[in-house]
Design a binder for this molecule. Structure first.
Ligand SMILES: NC(=O)c1ccc[n+]([C@@H]2O[C@H](COP(=O)([O-])OP(=O)(O)OC[C@H]3O[C@@H](n4cnc5c(N)ncnc54)[C@H](OP(=O)(O)O)[C@@H]3O)[C@@H](O)[C@H]2O)c1
Length: 329
């Protein structure tokens, strides 16, 4: 385990008197801008593309909103919190041609540096300051007096202060209340993407759909199949979040625990080659290339897959259950 730092261990002065442009005002962008301002950052600008639907919200929150080019011209530090697939385009077209010399670049995911979407200028710090979790949670945890776990890394240290900047930025987000650890761009990028593809999103949905379809083939009615393979994921996820996997096993029925231990091994063996293939696909940069190419072609593949997923019979069963629950109030 690496050392864990808390608020009192971190020198926030490296952020003082420096203009910071937050690029993007989505889930992370808004939370970062608000938390940094609340923890004392003075010169926070929000830089958005023309026609951004988030402009009014940023202005209502009291931020000066500027163009991407102006953000790059004025800021000492740019925090690139736009969608990962657009980072290459934003860097090439707006930041690189306009950036203030010596400007530092902050990312909150390793994707665009580790998979070659951005070729940073040599005169600026390039750092990772990742608050681990969805962007909205960066703000809600902060407002409750807490923070998300923070991870920092340095890709390029032009100022000699890159690590200090990463830690000060994370402390400004509130991560110093939960703990700040060192990582690398490579580690964060692979862990994040493998986690979401193999387990949290792709893995969970694959198991749930497969379980649902298996029960339907076995003659079970769709609503019952949905409840037992999809709807109850939340209860198990909450137990895992609160108590860990071993704690969850202790909390459920012995019948469920005995049976689950019996099949876990076979399921793991079946998915291991798929997971190993994901590691190769991600670390080689092939996944990033396919995704950025799809984004540049208008997200045709993504939108077609989204539409197909919406037509899966489990969705209708789930909608019926949710509508029934809503009627009962
Ligand atoms: N560390 C973690 O655990 C973690 C978790 C989630 C996300 N993240 C990272 O946080 C970053 C932002 O994610 P998010 O969830 O905040 O995304 P989001 O809510 O989808 O917000 C995306 C923002 O990017 C802007 N954007 C998209 N395409 C753009 C383009 N071509 N030019 C200019 N702006 C563009 C959008 O602009 P408009 O306002 O114009 O729509 C929006 O403001 C990503 O790097 C993501 O990987 C990290």
């Amino acid at each position: 385990m690496t050392d864990v730092l808390y608020e009192a261990d971190i020198d926030a002065s490296v952020l003082r008197g420096r203009t910071l442009a937050i690029i993007g005002y989505g889930n992370h962008g808004r939370s970062h801008a608000l938390n940094l301002r609340d923890t004392g950052a003075e010169g926070v600008l929000v830089a958005l593309r023309e026609g951004s639907p988030n402009r009014a919200r940023a202005e209502a929150d009291g931020f000066e909103v500027v163009s991407l080019a102006d953000g790059a011209r004025r800021a000492d530090i740019v925090s690139l919190l736009a969608a990962d697939e657009a980072h290459g385009e934003i860097w090439r077209e707006h930041i690189a041609p306009n950036r203030k010399p010596g400007q530092a670049l902050i990312l909150c995911h390793g994707f665009s540096i580790d998979y070659g979407q951005i070729d940073p200028a040599p005169d600026g710090d390039v750092i990772l300051a990742a608050a681990k979790g969805p962007g909205g949670a960066v703000r809600t945890a902060f407002e409750r007096g807490g923070g998300l776990l923070g991870f920092w890394a340095v890709h390029q240290d032009a100022s000699g202060q890159a690590g200090a900047l990463a830690k000060a930025y994370l402390a400004g987000l509130g991560c110093g209340r939960a703990g700040i650890r060192e990582t690398s761009f490579r580690e964060e990028a692979l862990a994040d993407i493998l986690g979401e593809q193999a387990v949290l999103v792709g893995g969970v949905c694959a198991l749930a759909r497969e379980g649902f379809e298996t029960l339907i083939r076995a003659g079970i009615r769709p609503e019952m199949a949905y409840i037992d393979t999809v709807h109850e994921i939340k209860y198990i996820a909450d137990l895992i979040h609160e108590r860990g996997m071993a704690g969850m096993y202790e909390a459920i029925s012995d019948t469920a625990e005995f049976g689950a231990h019996e099949v876990e091994g076979a399921i793991r063996e079946a998915v291991r080659p798929v997971f190993e293939a994901i590691v190769k696909d991600v670390t080689s940069g092939a996944f990033a290339q396919r995704w950025v190419a799809d984004y540049e072609a208008g997200r045709k593949t993504l939108l077609a897959r989204r539409e197909a997923a919406g037509r899966h019979p489990a969705e209708a069963a789930g909608a019926a259950i949710r509508a029934g629950a809503a009627r009962r109030g």
